[in-house]
Structures are given as structure tokens and as C-alpha cells.
Design a protein around this ligand. Structure first.
Ligand code: KG4
Ligand code: ZN
Length: 350
């Protein structure tokens, strides 16, 4: 079964061709990062316009890339078309969803509208099809931080979520405040290697109702306050290329900040283990690209005999292969969505 997946929920226009839910024939991602860099974050209106400009080119490139590796692949080879339905930016979602729905309608193919979060969850199975179940799956990105209990890949049950900022958002916002670039996660990862992760203690959040949720806005405000009270001055992204020019207190702040965000992520997974029988841990989403998170999570859960699975780095940030993979789970069961299905910026995992 050959599925064309389309992803346009935020600032990446992506298309992928996936065979039998497992073989990525091509995966093309056009990043809009350069467009949003001057603003230190994604500007929704600009994102929609970029998607409109890029979507046909990205899909064309996707067919070309797949064809260059073997037999020629065209629209008539497809068995289904899938696109992200939500959550995400409404204007951005509508571009990919409408494009994919129209193509499916014209070709009389089944159309599947995919929850972006189920796409991230599915990205782990693309890499590790035999990852043991039941699992705890942490999706940690710029828009989301949630822990799911997975009995089957397509049946996530949310155990905890962030009450305010997502972990990636907290990284992006501190980086923006310090003027060191966008997106903040990769920049902070690079600079944090040069700092002391134990230099500053940021307390883990506590809720009065004993909730197991995440919260990252408190630590973000503490970090900003720390920078202000210790005279840590905003820099320019160009300084990041010469890290030796950066002061130690800035590097220590970044290392401590990243480390305590990781502490909270590990604690969130740990709490899920108290509630459910678990055979493996899965971590996906843009922040799961972070090597320090990968190292610490793998070491931490090895002591409990639990394997930790991540997607390969190119499948951690937004891509369409994961959307096609999530769609495959439903398409192979003969499911399809109606033509009047619409984008939902606040779509939840049931
Ligand atoms: O999954 P993604 O592309 O988009 C959303 O669904 O939100 O995730 C983007 C997020 C950004 O916040 C970015 O700073 C973060 O992932 N990120 C990282 C790394 N690479 C991307 N965070 C920490 N370390 C990284 N290496
Ligand atoms: Zn995402």
C-alpha cells in the first residue's frame, strides 16, 4: 500500500511516500525557519503563505526523489492520501489538508486526516517496528509535551500534558530572550555542552492537586530573572558561532536550564511507570533530537531494564513520513475520512 503523506501544521511544508507503512520511498521537508528567524518565532500568517507557495514544489520533489531510487512513481500508483488535520496553526493546517483532500477527491482515492501527535507517536515505530508494547510515549516538541500510554500504536491514552508552555517552546523563548537564535533547542544544546548543568538549581514544578502534568513556564521565568539579576546580556545569533566569546555565566545558565527541563521530562515518564505496566519507553518530537535527553533517558531507564526508543533525527522534527505512517494504521483497516472533514487547530488525542 503506497500512501502520500502531507504535513503543514506549523513551519515545515512536508511530503512523503511511504510503502506498506514501513518503507520511506521519499521524505521532503521545506523548512520556513529562515522566514521566521527575524521574528524569533513562527508568524502564523507568514507560515500559511509559505505553505501555499511551497506545497506543489514539495510534492513534486517527493515523487522525483522516490522515482530516482527505483521504479518511476506517479499519482496513479497511490493507494491513499493523508494529511495532518491538527493540532497546529489553522491557516497552515488548511493548506495541506485542502491540497491533500482535493488530490484524493480528483483521483478517487481514500483520504485520511491525521492527528499530528499520532504522527509523532508513529515515528518511533517507523524506526523500531518491534518496539515492545505496552509503552509510555513522550511527545516533546515546540507545541506539545505529553505522555501517552500505548497498548497499540494507534491507541494512545494521554496520562499527562503540559499546563502551559511545551518544553521546546520554553527552550525557544529563553533563546529568543537571550538573542541567541531560533529555533532555540538546537542552539541551547550546542552551547550547553560548554556550561555546567549543576551551576543553577531550578526547582521542579509542584501542583497543589497532586497532578502529574508538566509545566515549563515557571522555569522559563526563573531563567529570565536569573539572566536579569546576574547581568547576563542578550547576544546576537552570530556570537553562537564563536562560543569561546560567550561568558561562562551564560553557558552555565543554558546548561542548567536544559538539564532541568530534561529532569522534568524524565520525572514525567517516571510517574507514568508508577501507574501502568510498561515494556518500553518511546520519545518523539523535535526535542527528542537532543543528544543529552537521549543519553540521560537511555541511561536512566536502563537501570529499570526498560529500552528507550527514539526516531532517527530527521524524523524527530515535523515531517510527512510520520503522518503517512499514522495513516497507514487506519488505511490498512479500510478506514477513510469523509470529504467534509476540516482542520482542527486544537485537536486532542482521544
Ligand atoms: O516537532 P517539531 O518540529 O514541531 C512541533 O510539533 O512543535 O519541534 C520543534 C521544536 C522546537 O521547539 C525546537 O527548539 C525543538 O523542537 N528542537 C530541539 C532540538 N531540535 C529541535 N530541542 C532540543 N534539542 C534539539 N536538538
Ligand atoms: Zn510536531
Amino acid at each position: 500500500m503506497l500512501i502520500l503523506g502531507i504535513e503543514s501544521s506549523c513551519d515545515e511544508t512536508a511530503a512523503a511516500l511511504l510503502e506498506d507503512g514501513q518503507t520511506i520511498l521519499s521524505s521532503v521537508v521545506a523548512s520556513q525557519i529562515a522566514v521566521h528567524v527575524p521574528f524569533g518565532g513562527v508568524v502564523p500568517e507568514l507560515a500559511s503563505r509559505e505553505h501555499v507557495d511551497n506545497i506543489c514544489l514539495v510534492v513534486d520533489a517527493c515523487f522525483r526523489e522516490a522515482s530516482s531510487k527505483g521504479r518511476p512513481i506517479t499519482w496513479t500508483d497511490l493507494d491513499a492520501i493523508a494529511a495532518t488535520r491538527g493540532p497546529g496553526l489553522i491557516g497552515a493546517l488548511m493548506v495541506g489538508l485542502t491540497y491533500a483532500k482535493s488530490a484524493a477527491f480528483a483521483l478517487r482515492l481514500p483520504f485520511l486526516a491525521v492527528n499530528h501527535l499520532q504522527g509523532h507517536i508513529a515515528s518511533v515505530f517507523l524506526e523500531h517496528p518491534k518496539a515492545e508494547l505496552p509503552a509510555l510515549s513522550l511527545v516533546v516538541s515546540g507545541g506539545h509535551t505529553s505522555v501517552y500510554h500505548l497498548r497499540a500504536p494507534s491507541k494512545p491514552e494521554e496520562l499527562a500534558r503540559t499546563r502551559d508552555d511545551a518544553a521546546g517552546e520554553a527552550l525557544d523563548k529563553l533563546a529568543k530572550f537571550l538573542g541567541i537564535g531560533y529555533p532555540g533547542g538546537p542552539v541551547i544544546e550546542r552551547l550547553a555542552r560548554l556550561g555546567d548543568p549543576k551551576a543553577i538549581r531550578f526547582p521542579l514544578p509542584k501542583f497543589t492537586d497532586e497532578s502529574r502534568d508538566f509545566s515549563f513556564s515557571g522555569i522559563k521565568s526563573s531563567a529570565v530573572r536569573h539572566a536579569q539579576t546576574h547581568g547576563i546580556q542578550p547576544r546576537s545569533p552570530a556570537d553562537v558561532d564563536q562560543p569561546e566569546t560567550l561568558p561562562k555565566d551564560l553557558l552555565d545558565l543554558l546548561a542548567s536550564y536544559q538539564s532541568s527541563i530534561i529532569d522534568q521530562l524524565l520525572r514525567g515518564i517516571e510517574r507514568g511507570l508508577e501507574e501502568r505496566e510498561i515494556a518500553s519507553i518511546h520519545i518523539s518530537g523535535g526535542v527528542s533530537c537532543n543528544n543529552e535527553l537521549r543519553r540521560r533517558a537511555t541511561e536512566h531507564f536502563a537501570t529499570k531494564g526498560l529500552p528507550v526508543y527514539f526516531p532517527r533525527p530527521s524524523l524527530t522534527t515535523d515531517n510527512a513520513a510520520m503522518i503517512a505512517a499514522a495513516a497507514y494504521l487506519r488505511a490498512k483497516a479500510g478506514e477513510r475520512d469523509p470529504w467534509d472533514i476540516s482542520a482542527d487547530p486544537n485537536l486532542r488525542v482521544l
